[in-house]
Design a protein around this ligand. Structure first.
Ligand SMILES: NC(=O)c1ccc[n+]([C@@H]2O[C@H](COP(=O)([O-])OP(=O)(O)OC[C@H]3O[C@@H](n4cnc5c(N)ncnc54)[C@H](OP(=O)(O)O)[C@@H]3O)[C@@H](O)[C@H]2O)c1
Length: 264
């Protein structure tokens, strides 16, 4: 119509009427505007003016709502219902709780200490924490880097600007744990301590010696106790204190020395 094109008359066979409206006439106060408002209000009240057709999705169906809209096949409005109609016209909105899936993030300005961090789980955990924002990682091992894979992972993180320290502190002694935590705090305040250290001495009971139990228990019990004592006084910013254990500690396997879970 704007280009003064002809309209195909066949569309009027459907009993359709077309009205041209100058919308800008409604922006300034005028007799015309007042009359339009009166006509609209009366029309809404007596049902002559109908709202556009709507398709309503609940807030839990947000994704379906967007998918429906992007198909471009709908007529009218696609609405998301946030809350039920309220009884009064004017009222304070009620408090609304919205379900969300929480996601764990690490602080980029805190350090994270992983005892046994060069082991299988340790390297994976460190990588996961880096993907979640950690920038300072302290990996504790009795021997330090021994395998090409450990070297590869550490080198990749360092190339990406992550500060990775390899410590050979003996965490079964209180004094070494104190030094370890002090060093880590100097890097950045310690935000997490994870004890993944494990030593296996599996054998049938009759073949086990007291020394085997002591070897297995030490990285779990002694390390954890030392870390607990020192972190209580030296880690005011601590968010995570996690001790890794196997589910077999509750049920047991034949020939596996088990350490009961230490609840802190
Ligand atoms: N893998 C599994 O299927 C499984 C299943 C359930 C639970 N878990 C638990 O997950 C944790 C990690 O297991 P994982 O599979 O990663 O074991 P892993 O590959 O054997 O790693 C454990 C690491 O602990 C280190 N370690 C031992 N004593 C230490 C000490 N005193 N100080 C510092 N580091 C010490 C060892 O490194 P160095 O020799 O270099 O010191 C070793 O690399 C363990 O607590 C384990 O019980 C594992």
């Amino acid at each position: 119509m704007l280009n003064e094109n002809r309209i195909d008359m066949s569309i009027f066979l459907k009993n359709t009427s077309y009205h041209g409206i100058l919308l800008e006439m409604l922006f300034k106060d005028s007799e015309y505007k007042r009359e339009t408002i009166t006509l609209m209000s009366e029309g809404i009240q007596n049902g002559v003016v109908c709202p556009l057709p709507t398709t309503v999705f609940s807030q839990q169906s947000l994704e379906q709502g967007f998918r429906f809209m992007t198909t471009g096949k709908h007529i009218g409005k696609v609405l998301l219902k946030i809350r039920d109609e309220e009884p009064q016209k004017c009222m304070l909105p009620m408090r609304k709780t919205i379900a969300a899936i929480s996601r764990t993030y690490m602080y980029p300005d805190k350090s994270y200490v992983l005892i046994g961090g060069l082991g299988g789980f340790g390297l994976e955990l460190a990588n996961w924490m880096i993907t979640r924002g950690a920038r300072f990682i302290v990996l504790v091992s009795r021997t330090g880097i021994r395998t090409g894979y450990q070297m590869l992972r550490v080198q990749q993180w360092r190339n990406n600007g992550i500060k990775v320290i390899i410590s050979t502190a003996d965490t079964t002694t209180l004094s070494d744990v104190e030094c370890l935590i002090d060093d880590s705090n100097r890097l950045a305040p310690v935000g997490g301590i994870f004890n993944l250290a494990v030593v296996l001495r599996d054998a049938l009971f009759e073949n086990l010696h007291v020394a085997d139990f002591e070897t297995v228990i030490s990285p779990k019990v002694n390390c954890t106790r030392n870390l607990d004592v020192i972190s209580r006084k030296s880690c005011p910013s601590l968010d995570h204190f996690v001790v890794f254990l196997s589910t077999s500690c509750g049920r047991g396997n034949a020939s596996l020395i088990m350490v009961l879970q230490v609840q802190l």
